[in-house]
Design a protein. Sequence first.
Length: 424
Amino acid sequence: MLKILIVIFLSCISFSGITGEKISEISEQYVRLVLALGEHDAAYVDAYYGPKQWALAAKENKITLGSIITASNQLIDQLQLLNADTEMSKLRFSYLKAQLSALNARALMLTGDMALDFDAQSRALYNTEAPHHKLVEFEQTLKQLDQLLPGEQSLVEKVNLFNQQFIIPKEKVAEVFDIAIAECKARTQLFVDLPDIENFKLEFVSNKPWSGYNWYKGGAFSLIQVNTEHPISISRAIDLGCHEGYPGHHTYNALLEANLVNKRGWKEFTVYPLFSPQSLIAEGSANYGIEMAFPGEQKTQFEKDKLFPIAGIDPSLAEKYHQFSLLTDKLKYTGNEVARKYLNKDINKQQAIDLLQHYSLMSQEKASQRIDFLNAYGAYVINYNWGKDMVKRWVESGKDQSQEGRWKRFSKLLSSPRLPSTLN
């Protein structure tokens, strides 16, 4: 018995001594598994800027989904044996476990062996479940909007007519976005230490299931794309400028690279798997970042003073547009409920489009585009609204609620390996 205890004790000492080496090995294997799964799912790897030979190896030596599932389970088991001795180590180990668990679930979904409903998919991939609402709860807001907008048409028709007044002319889109993004960056730089070399390129594209996208390339550089297939309203300039750029995705990825990859050597952050808990933090912080950069009515004021004149929009409409935006924001969870019904096969495509038009007040084109998004990304939609609310709650639970205090806590979130479950 004594001999056994001595062996166990010596094993613990030895294992403790190699924890750093072991977590580094697990980190590398995690990256390789993400890249491997990306060979089975074209949308899975959202960003990668690690060693080129790893990406090349994933392409040249493809492994099966079954092997990916087995390997991810083994890495999770290995992580269970590691003991974290600092807060950051605990966050790192928890992050890797959750990311590997989500990878495992995504691989199982691709094999067809795991059929998940909306909420199960949310828990498996994003480490949380969005709250449930009954669509009837939003009827009062719809009535308020109906009273706000003139005309005898249906509400969705009135909304579409109202929105037409705020469409950016195509020849002005680039100029409006340049000014909006510059302002988003200027406001973010007041509180966030951005890498000196950070930069981005802005492109306008079409035929995409999303309105905007950030493709992070590493080296603090992003390619930001804006979908111009459908008309773009003036409010989207600030929204996308913050969400995709500052203090959104570009800022988030640049800070993770600077603080976790470059300073700490954590390889796992050289890759970003889209269907993972990291996405809720990414999308939630990007949406909450709009409020951070433009608190209160500052967004409306900036649009009225700077963007409306450039786009040829009557500034006197700004106040009503603000009231309209406040009301439509109350409808943000309607999209989740329609997505839940549609992905659970409780309703068909046309019924989903009809509900999106009625409750989310989308045009026929926008509703159809949203169905395309749901077909491509599933329960990912929770990351935008529920993610924002989770990030907002976490930032605003800090003791220092001055503007500087909120930005400090927000920056901490953008620079650390936090999970949705740690924001509760």
